[in-house]
Each structure stands twice: as C-alpha cells, then as structure tokens.
Ligand binder design. Structure first.
Ligand code: AVI
Length: 331
C-alpha cells in the first residue's frame, strides 16, 4: 500500500484506511469554479459532509423516498441466491456504504456460506466508523477493513491490496448521480479493478410515473430540502462566511427529456458574496445552482452501460412494481 494512505488499527477485527483526499482546498476550488460557471453548479459529492450523510440517511426513511426500501426488499428476497452464485468469495467491497443497512442482507447470506467474510466499506464520511462498529457487534464472522475517501482512490487501494475473488456492491442507484458519460467511465474503472470471476452487484432506479419521482425528491417533511440547503451551510463552515440560507430555496423535478431528476437551489433574491478572495459571486433572483442529477434508467440504458464497460449482466431482479432493478454483472 502506498505511503499516502494512513492505516488506522481500531481493533483486531476493524481497520480503517484514510485515502488522504477530499481536503478543504479541493472543495473550495470546486465550489468557486462551480459558482463562476454558467449555469452555476456544485457536484453532488459535496452533499456528504457528516451532517449531509446524516440527512441522507433520514431521506431514506421518508415515506416518499421509495428507493431504499424497494432495493432493500429485493436484497432481502434474493441475497441467498446472490451469495450462492458467489460462494467462492469471502471479500465484499461496497462503494458508498453509508450506514450499511441494506448490506446486512448480503453480509448475512455470505457469512452463512463462509467465515470470516472481509467487508470493505468505502465512504467519504466518518459514518463508516459507527456503522463498522455496529456491524461487528452484529456479525461474529465479520472483519471490517474500511476505506474513508473518494471512490477512485479507494478502488486503486482495493486493486493494490486485495487479490482474492470479490464482489463489489454499488447500491442505491448511486450510479444515477453521475452524468451518463461519467457513469460509463466509472463502470470501466470498476471493471478495471475486477478480475475474471469477480462480480459487481449494482442498483438502478427505473423510469416510472413522474408523480412518484417528483414526490420522492420533495418529501413533505422537508428533509430533502434540508439536505440540499446543507450545501450552503457547508460553504459557510468551510469558507468561514455567512451566506443566508433563507435566501435559497430547494427545488427538484423530473426532466423527461434527460430521464433524470434535477435538484437545484434557487436564489430567492438578487444577492452577492465573496469566497476566499474569489471576487464577487452574484446571483439574480431565480437564478439556480444545479446541485444534483439523479438519472432514472430503462432496461436499454442499463444494458448499454454494462456493454460499454465490457461487463455482462449475469442476473437481475426487480420489485413487484418495477420501480428498481438490481443487476449482477461480471466480465
Ligand atoms: C445517493 N443518491 C442515489 C440519491 C438519489 O436518489 O439520487 C441522493 C438523493 N438526493 C436527493 N434525495 C436522495
């Protein structure tokens, strides 16, 4: 493992690697560049500071956000079959593990086939520490080797460190937050990190009734709005400024031409501020910061994506409403 990665030994069954990225200066440069671009935009990866990760977990429990519970129902029903199709593997890597709640179905099924199972959760947030400890209390036959950092760096570490057969999980339709070109590139990166016989289990949120989609990103309790507005709070914290978050409003809507939910922060008034001597950044009333896309997939889109990365779909499962599809891919 290269020296830039700092390994922390938590206990005999739990270690953490800090991939040494995601520093404040990268955030600052990206935010300034994004707010200077036209239209203004900030990458959704910046939602996930500790507060943002907590809010995302809360979104997953809102009645409108069907994504998590639907995928969980598929995992609950098919984890045994997935583990049996991968009975040669005792290494489970997960990109964007968060609280690892849904992953429990998979870990449980793998541990029934073989122990110990090594679980490598990858996340940008410290949430990993808490969720890793909780998993260790629950599963005796588990070792946790977490990686805190961004996906690309973490995949490099996975390639360097782990040579045994593995299954990589990329759940929650997180692939939908990449633009389609980058989704292809990213699948290629995952593919490059796999050997023949390795598997990728990946979730895709499917195109459906627009009302259901729009409600999922505009929950009544306002958790998604708070998640979106947390970006302003993060900018305030990390730049030491005081932009009034009440001057922005959350909006999210399905764009059928692009097959995606778009999330924006709308400026409620003309306003301007400076960030780190960036010069003035100004907003007209109703101008927006585009903060997230969440693509919704068709079977054709999934197939094309897999093919472009040189992966084949070995099996796939949907829920009874056809809201979500979980695909097992391999080389
Ligand atoms: C993480 N990701 C798949 C979520 C989504 O549905 O695109 C993020 C999210 N944004 C608003 N609500 C949930």
């Amino acid at each position: 493992m290269s020296a830039e990665y700092l390994k922390e030994h938590i206990n005999d069954r739990f270690s953490l690697v800090h991939a040494g990225n995601g520093d404040v200066s990268v955030f600052a440069d990206d935010v300034i560049a994004g707010l200077r671009s036209k239209p203004k935009q900030i990458s959704p990866k910046y939602f996930y500071d500790d507060k943002g990760s907590e809010l995302f977990e809360k979104i997953c429990t809102t009645p409108e956000y069907y994504v998590t519970r639907t995928e969980a129902s598929i995992l609950k029903e098919h984890s045994r079959e997935i583990a049996d199709a991968n009975s040669d593997k005792s290494l489970v890597v997960e990109l964007g593990s968060g609280s690892s709640i849904k992953t429990r179905y998979i870990l449980n099924a793998f541990i029934k086939n073989t122990t110990p199972v090594t679980y490598v959760p990858i996340d940008v947030s410290q949430i990993l520490v808490q969720s890793g400890n909780a998993l260790l209390r629950e599963f005796e036959g588990l070792l946790v080797n977490g990686i805190i950092g961004e996906y690309e760096h973490a995949l490099e570490i996975v390639s360097q460190v782990y040579k045994q057969p593995k299954i990589i999980l990329f759940l929650g339709s997180s692939i939908g937050n990449f633009d389609l070109k980058y989704a292809e590139e990213f699948l290629k990166k995952i593919s490059a990190c796999t050997n023949k016989g390795d598997s990728l289990l990946i979730g895709f949120d499917l195109v459906k009734d627009e009302n259901i989609l729009n409600a999922a990103y505009n929950d009544n309790e306002g958790v998604t709005a708070e998640f979106n507005l947390n970006l302003i709070r993060r900018i305030n914290n990390e730049f030491g400024v005081q932009i009034d978050e009440n001057n922005f409003e959350h909006t999210a809507f399905f764009n059928p031409q692009k097959s995606r939910i778009e999330m924006h922060l709308i400026s409620k008034c003309d306003q301007s501020f400076c960030l780190n001597g960036s010069g003035e950044i100004s907003f007209r009333k109703n101008e927006t910061i585009h903060t997230e896309n969440s693509y919704k997939f068709t079977g054709e889109m999934i197939k094309a994506l897999a093919e472009s990365a040189g992966l084949s779909i070995q099996n796939s499962w949907k829920d009874k409403n056809n809201y979500f599809e979980l695909c097992l891919m391999g080389k």
